[in-house]
Design a protein around this ligand. Structure first.
Ligand code: 3PG
Length: 215
């Protein structure tokens, strides 16, 4: 399990080693990005994945990269080479995808930043290993078999390491983080929709602090 980064401005070699818990953020209003990121950083979660699911996402990444120097902002839901290019241009320092294709892998490998393609089956893990990629997102983690599934993969495929996301909570995060093939977990539980809608950044910070205290 990784420790928190001591120098957030240094380039990361691996997404899995950035921080044990990576908040997965959906930003509807780019004006929320900076206070939201500051709350997460203050709560001990400096690695922040902004998903490319809203029109505000790239502006949010740009704002966090420019104004929250202690954050390591990345892009999530990266599903095309164009998403890769747009994310890196906006300042994303890591890339995460729920899946992968060969075209996406080529773009991610050429991006210059660490990346996690997504898998949910053993054959996808083997296919990524065959392509020289050993670090991946396991999605949707709970629906695809949970911690028991990842534990089972460590026997035949010990070289693969994962960031499980999808259905992770304070209750099940420790069982994932205890696995030797898990580097970090991702999730949105520290960003409840009602707190974000109310711009209740103190609550986000408090939930982030609880999340960072899980490890
Ligand atoms: C996602 O891509 O939405 C992440 O996996 C977050 O999942 P969660 O909302 O279940 O934490």
């Amino acid at each position: 399990m990784p420790s928190m980064p001591s120098t957030p401005s240094a380039p990361a070699a691996s997404v899995l080693d950035l921080a044990p818990v990576v908040p997965v953020v959906v930003v509807d209003d780019a004006a929320d990005a900076v206070p939201l990121a500051r709350a997460l950083v203050a709560g001990g979660l400096p690695a922040i994945e902004v998903t490319l699911r809203t029109p505000a996402a790239l502006d949010a990444i740009r704002a966090i990269a420019a104004e929250v120097p202690d954050a390591v902002v990345g892009a999530g839901t990266v599903i095309s080479p164009a998403n890769v290019a747009d994310s890196v241009s906006a300042g994303a320092r890591f890339l995460v995808s729920p899946g992968w294709t060969d075209a996406l892998l080529v773009a991610m490998k050429g991006s210059g930043v660490p990346f996690l393609p997504g898998v949910s089956t053993t054959s996808e893990v083997v296919a990524l290993l065959e392509r020289g990629v050993s670090e991946m997102k396991f999605f949707p983690a709970e629906a695809a078999g949970g911690a028991a599934y990842l534990k089972s993969l460590a026997g035949p495929l010990p070289q693969a390491r994962f960031c499980p996301t999808g259905g992770i909570s304070p209750a099940n995060a420790p069982s994932y983080l205890a696995l030797k093939n898990v580097g970090c977990v991702g999730g949105s539980w520290m960003l409840p929709a009602d707190a974000v809608a109310a711009k209740d950044w103190a609550r986000v910070e408090s939930l982030a602090r609880e999340a960072s205290g899980l490890v």
